[in-house]
Ligand binder design. Structure first.
Ligand code: HEM
Length: 265
């Protein structure tokens, strides 16, 4: 007992000091990182090893407190979002989405995370990165379509997250821009009915990973998301997908404190 209390003090005190220091510095401009082009988005999914749950709850809480410190410290430069995949995805338990203007800042966060007492229980990682860009095809689309795309999303929380990596085939990239644009217009028309209930974000990954795109979605209506995918499978552009998913990640959007609460149980 005495040793677990002293371990708690040894682990928690430096983190609390760190947290006080972090609150004094300005946090990253999250809105900018999440909306502007030229930002790197990294998705890092992890499984917790079998030893995690075998530890005493006091030790787990201490390790989660250190996790909180690591995340809060890096939020100074990065926008960090967390998702719980456990129970909905058999590939991973936790997902971090990190936005940064410099990919090496994301790397430092992931190094600090994995080097922390909590991070030593993270295994089977899958990490992919992409870049946000200005729309390639939307500027050439008809005005009514552009206006429909701008329609605000339905209010209220969107608790589910889906991440689907995509790779197009060589035939797609060798098509002239006008042909790709026509097919992306068809893609957009088929997807528009779901624009209000499915929030989306696109990351370009060609050259940064064995992927071309990372597609990210939030929704409260998984049935709408399923119909959306079925609708998109019917358009020509879909036939150029060489990889769709593998893995598809499904989980729930959570705050850091919620994740800590779940993992402390
Ligand atoms: C709410 C539903 C959706 C809407 C309104 C929508 C609309 C669009 C639009 C307008 C673009 C063109 C962006 C540009 O100008 O560069 C685009 C690109 C793209 N979308 Fe969707 N989309 C939706 C859902 C999906 C889904 C479910 C997937 C696949 C899981 C997907 C995959 C892609 C990909 C990979 C691109 C990039 C294609 C390329 O640049 O070659 N979209 N989408």
């Amino acid at each position: 007992m005495k040793s677990s209390v002293s371990m708690l003090v040894r682990l928690v005190v430096p983190v609390l000091v760190g947290l006080v220091m972090v609150s004094a510095v300005e946090a990253a401009d999250r809105d900018k990182l999440l909306s502007e082009p030229g930002v790197y988005g990294t998705f890092a999914a992890f499984r917790l090893d079998a030893d995690w749950g075998k530890q005493d709850q006091t030790v787990r809480i201490a390790q989660l407190t250190v996790l909180k410190g690591v995340v809060e410290q890096h939020r100074e430069k990065l926008a960090i979002d967390l998702y719980l995949l456990r129970g909905l995805s058999d590939r991973a338990d936790l997902l971090f989405r990190v936005h940064a203007t410099e990919l090496r800042e994301t790397q430092q966060f992931l190094l600090d995370l994995q080097g922390s007492p909590f991070g030593r229980h993270l295994t089977d990682s899958a990490v992919f990165s992409g870049l946000t860009k200005k729309a390639n095809y939307v500027p050439g689309m008809p005005d009514n379509l552009k206006a429909d795309l701008k329609a605000p999303s339905e209010p209220g929380p969107k608790p589910y997250v889906i991440v689907i990596p995509i790779r197009k085939d060589a035939a797609w990239w060798s098509l002239p821009q006008e042909q790709r644009a026509a097919m992306m217009q068809e893609h957009t028309e088929a997807a528009l009915p779901y624009n209000k209930t499915v929030k989306r974000k696109l990351y370009h990954a060609t050259g940064l990973d064995d992927l071309d795109f990372i597609t990210y979605f939030e929704t409260s209506r998984l049935e709408d998301f399923q119909s959306l995918i079925l609708a998109l499978e019917k358009v020509k552009e879909y036939r150029y997908n060489r990889r769709f998913g593998h893995p598809t990640l499904l989980g729930t959007v959570r705050s850091l404190d919620e994740i800590i609460e779940v993992l402390a149980q």
